[in-house]
Ligand binder design. Structure first.
Ligand code: GLN
Length: 494
């Protein structure tokens, strides 16, 4: 049952053929045997079994159950789960147990899902490979010498490895879509504001969104519906009705105008990825779509603008971790640096705590952001980046007047080798060249499996749509999924 979809598991539970307890017990057993993948940073078997038994008991009693009753959902370690370790992949938050649930977690509980462990991630969601985790990297289930993408690498690998049928991740610049692509699963970043960020540990507040990973679109639609919607506790969550994504998924889109983004086929694109995406375009052509080449001229400024905006927001969001109220506190901060005799003990405590608690990539972002925001530079960098951001959104607005959905590669390359990009920061940052603009513009993006390389590595097709057009995105993607079987491929098979 390890690679079953949530829909299949629900059907079997409803038919009385299996129980949630049986499902989670078998997954826990697998997780125990697959530890080398380093998918989970926290997995409390007793708590999981207890939740499953409770749902089973209520199912037997004929009580009304939520839409995910008994289905395990793995949770990226960036989301607060009351009373459970929540560390954001960082030493800084070691031992932190939030006093409350994130809204998406409360919604999973209300849907009777089983919270199935916390998954590994790049520290504070900064990275594209899950190598920036204080717990060490997660391995890609398709090829254990390669990364699973990031920053939600643990959540993508959990689904790909069949350790959970569903998972949640967060996407600030591509952290759901890129790992989904390189792990051969579906991943969706909703429109900014579609899903509440309450209880999502902030990286860059104007870009962060929570979203689902799944084997296929039906499961994605199901989980998206559960987590979406207005949250009075979060002012940026939008008060707009949430469609029943699963119910409309199989309705062919009324209009199928597809734009192929020229800029996504530029330098750095792996030829096998490019070829797979061109094949996908042909599938759409055959299905009767109107195909058009579309240009997003400002997308080339996406990565530079992102690396001003995201670090700027991160430097202020992460200022709270100073060892006083939040975060790791150094045990010994007595050592005086040369020339620092005049620094007050409390300030020295903060300095040493932050030096010990944060890893090198997080420190780099804090320094970049602090610099970009500093007096005299804000106009040159931050305000400039905001102007670029508006231009990028303008490009998308213009494109969506002509087409319903834009397509291109999710990641310019398949999964890269562990260590391959760690020494070259720019090459790591370029992993998100095709995903970052959707975050800057706030629009929804989806990655679906669309091929395998000769080396049997998954390739992802990215689909982008106008704000709050998740339904269009899913239905358009479904046209492709129905014609192909890439979403049924699993690691270890060809
Ligand atoms: N890889 C990008 C970064 O490092 C995006 C991360 C994300 O989406 N959380 O910032």
């Amino acid at each position: 049952m390890s690679h079953d979809t949530a829909a299949a598991l629900l059907a079997r539970m409803n038919a009385g053929e299996t129980t949630s307890e049986e499902i989670v017990a078998s997954l826990l057993d697998r997780a125990g045997r697959d530890q080398r993948l380093n998918v989970f940073v926290h997995l409390d078997a007793d708590r999981i079994l207890e939740q499953a038994r409770d749902v089973d008991r209520r199912r037997r009693a004929g009580e009304p159950l939520g839409p995910l009753a008994g289905v395990p959902v793995a949770i990226k370690d960036v989301l607060c789960v009351q009373g459970e370790p929540t560390t954001c992949g960082s030493r800084m938050l070691k031992g932190f147990r939030p006093p409350y649930d994130a809204t998406v977690i409360a919604r999973l509980r209300a849907a009777d899902a089983i919270l199935f462990g916390k998954t590994n991630m790049d520290e504070f969601a900064m990275g594209s490979s899950t190598e920036n985790s204080a717990y060490g990297p997660t391995l890609n289930p398709w090829d254990e010498s390669r990364v699973p993408g990031g920053s939600s690498g643990g959540s993508a690998a959990a689904v790909a490895a069949g350790l959970a049928p569903l998972s949640l991740g967060s996407d600030t610049g591509g952290s759901i879509r890129q790992p989904a692509a390189v792990c051969g699963v579906v991943g969706l970043k909703p429109t900014y504001g579609r899903v509440s960020r309450y209880g999502l540990i902030a990286f860059a507040s104007s870009l962060d969104q929570v979203g689902p990973f799944a084997h296929d679109l039906a499961d994605t639609a199901l989980l998206l519906k559960v987590i979406s919607g207005h949250d009075p506790r979060y002012s940026t969550s939008v008060d707009a009705p949430v469609p029943d994504y699963a119910a409309t998924l199989d309705k062919p889109p009324e209009s199928l105008r597809i734009g192929v983004v020229r800029e996504f086929f530029g330098e750095g694109l792996d030829p096998e990825v490019g070829a797979a995406v061109q094949e996908a375009v042909k599938v759409y052509e055959k299905a009767g779509a109107t195909i058009k080449e579309v240009s997003l001229p400002h997308s080339r400024y996406g990565v530079p603008a992102y690396y001003i905006v995201a670090p700027a927001e991160c430097s202020s969001n992460l200022a709270r971790y100073d060892g006083t109220t939040y975060g790791h506190r150094a045990e010994d901060y007595s050592a005086k640096y040369p020339g620092e005799e005049k620094i007050a003990d409390m300030v020295r405590m903060m300095m040493v705590s932050r030096a010990e608690g944060f890893g090198p990539e997080v420190k780099r972002r804090i320094m970049l952001g602090t610099f970009a925001l500093s007096a005299g530079y804000a106009d040159q960098y931050y305000n400039k980046a905001l102007q670029v951001r508006r231009k990028i959104r303008g490009d998308f607005d213009a494109a969506f007047r002509e087409v319903d959905v834009l397509i291109g590669p999710t990641s310019p390359t398949p999964a890269f080798k562990l260590g391959e990009r760690t020494a070259n920061t720019l090459s790591m940052y370029l992993s998100d060249i095709d995903t970052i603009t959707a975050n800057l513009a706030g629009i929804p993006g989806l990655s679906i499996p669309c091929g395998l390389t000769r080396a049997n590595l998954p390739i992802g097709l990215q689909l982008l749509a106008a704000p709050f057009a998740e339904e269009t995105l899913l239905r358009t993607a479904r046209v492709f999924e129905r014609q192909t079987d890439w979403h049924t491929r699993r690691p270890g098979t060809r």
